[in-house]
Structures are given as C-alpha cells and as structure tokens.
Design a protein around this ligand. Structure first.
Ligand SMILES: [Zn+2]
Length: 300
C-alpha cells in the first residue's frame, strides 16, 4: 500500500481505492453519485506529486467562501490518483450541487473537460470509470442516470432537469466533452456502459457470459415454457396409448389367450404372421376362431 495521509486528505492509487472503500463504514444513506470537473484547477495547474498541494488549495478556497470544509468528498487526478477528503469524509453531506447534496457523494475530477479544454489522460479515464463502479458496488446502486448524476442536469436552484440545457443548467460541469458529452444521452451511451462493464469485471462476470441465450427467463416466459412442457407430456402420453392400441410398432406382445386362434388362422392360410396384427385385429381373429370358421377353411 502506498496510501499517503496528511491532516486533511488521504491520497491513494486506483488499485488501493477498492480495498480501502470496502473497509469503510457508511453511516448515512447514499443514493446519488455526483459527477463534476473542477474546470479550475485544470491540467496545466497539475503535475505528478501535486495532489496534496492542489487539494489544500481547493480546501483553502472553499474555506475562504465561508464553508467549513472542502466541498467534495473525493477528487480524481490526471495521473489516476484519488484524493479522499477527511473534513468531508464519506459520511458527511457534500457541497456539490445545490438542492441535491443530501444522500449524495460529490466527486470532483480535476481538469477542464469542456470542448476545447483538457484531453483526459488514459490513467484519469480508467480511474474515473473504476471509481464510480467501485462506489456503485459498495453502495448497491444501479448504474443509471438517476444514481450517477451530472452537475449540468440541475438548475442553479437544484431542480433536476430532463437533460443538460445551456439556458437552464447551472453549469456545463462535468464538461461538454466529458466522456463524449454532458447530456443524459451521452452519459447513457458513452460513460455508464464503461462503468457497468467495470462493475461486471469486479464482480467476476465475464462479458462473454452475457449473451441472449444466457439471459434468465422472465416470469412470463417461464410460465409459457412450463405450459409447453405440460402440453408435450400430455400429447406424448396420448400418442403412446394410441400407438399401443394400434400396435403401430408391430412389436406387441400378445396375451397367450390368442395363441390358439393365431395358430388356427395360420393353418387356415388367413394370416402369414401375427407380428404385425393390432389388438382389434387379434380380437377379430379370436372371434373367427371361436366361431370355428378357421377349421372350416382348413378343411376345404
Ligand atoms: Zn460541478
């Protein structure tokens, strides 16, 4: 472990975050993960090893605004590192989106991800995807636009919008180029699937196992399947009974009571074999025998 701590923050690598998070005790209900970019500081303001410096600067700025701690719970960096706020630990309500902070975690991704701004590094990208997947896993949250929310989907008063609206949204945050855009469509198309795939990977679900055939049946499909099974079973029994009665397979074992009648019928030249005779036919042979007609035939 290479976790670094000072008075106000913990800084760790991407790989250290999940084991750390799993040990944390969450004492409040968290149902929303906010998505932000810092805009300023941007990538030009950061270099490797600057994590505490940047965190302290953001904290000082927030304190100067009269807040009692840094606004966000978690910060991600261009080098993939993750900063945890101690003054705004996971169990403290953040100051991220006015009107939407209760039950939320505020995550600030350092950079300016508006169009024309910073090009997100691969390390940063991987950390952001992993972070949201890991938080969703820990907090048992579905990966959707109700539980992972962009700042841009809210008005300055904290009213949830149907989508990013340049006229009504409080900000462009997390940026008009954040994972393909800051709209709900962009989130659902470009960001959330990556988070879901990462969560599946963490849970040991291999992508190859997810295909049409492996999807469990719905209740309705299951009912239909069971009805079909019952129908097939009933039909099979009916066909078997008919087949037995008609001796369609010509392999019926006759009761020994037919033996004399069959012998007599053969002797009279009425039949060559009894192996292909159905039960109704054997009954007729028996009747003819009982009437003594085979003897008549044999005599002539
Ligand atoms: Zn924001």
């Amino acid at each position: 472990m290479n976790v670094q701590v000072n008075n106000n923050f913990i800084v760790m690598s991407r790989d250290e975050f999940r084991p750390w998070l799993q040990q944390q005790k969450i004492t409040r209900s968290i149902t929303r993960l906010q998505v932000h970019h810092t805009w300023s500081p941007a990538y030009k303001d950061f270099k490797d090893g600057d994590e505490f410096k940047r965190l302290e600067a953001m904290r000082n700025y927030h304190l100067s605004q009269g807040w009692n701690a840094i606004g966000q719970n978690i910060t991600t960096f261009p080098n993939g590192k993750i900063g945890i706020s101690l003054g705004r630990n996971l169990n403290v309500t953040p100051a991220g989106i006015k009107g939407a902070n209760t039950g939320a975690l505020c995550i600030e991704n350092l950079g300016n991800f508006n169009i024309g701004g910073d090009n997100m590094t691969t390390a940063h990208r991987d950390t952001i995807v992993h972070l949201y997947a890991t938080l969703a896993e820990k907090l048992h949250l579905p990966i959707d636009t109700s539980h992972i929310v962009y700042h841009a989907w809210y008005t300055p008063d904290g009213d949830r919008l149907g989508d990013y609206d340049p006229k009504r949204s409080s900000k462009t945050c997390p940026g008009t180029a954040f994972f393909g855009g800051n709209t709900i469509t962009a989130a659902a198309q470009y960001f959330l699937p990556l988070v879901q795939a990462e969560l599946n990977k963490l849970k040991g679900v291999t992508p190859a196992a997810i295909n049409e055939e492996d999807q469990p049946m719905t209740a309705e499909e299951k009912k239909q399947f069971e009805e079909l099974q019952n129908t097939v079973k009933t039909q099979s029994e009916v066909i078997q009974k008919l087949s037995d009665r008609l001796n369609l397979n010509s392999d019926q074992k006759y009761a020994s009571s037919y033996k004399d009648a069959v012998e007599a019928a053969k002797a009279a030249g009425a039949i060559k074999t009894s192996a292909d005779k159905s039960k109704p036919e054997l009954n007729i042979i028996q009747m003819i025998y009982n009437m003594g007609l085979f003897e008549e035939g044999a005599k002539h």
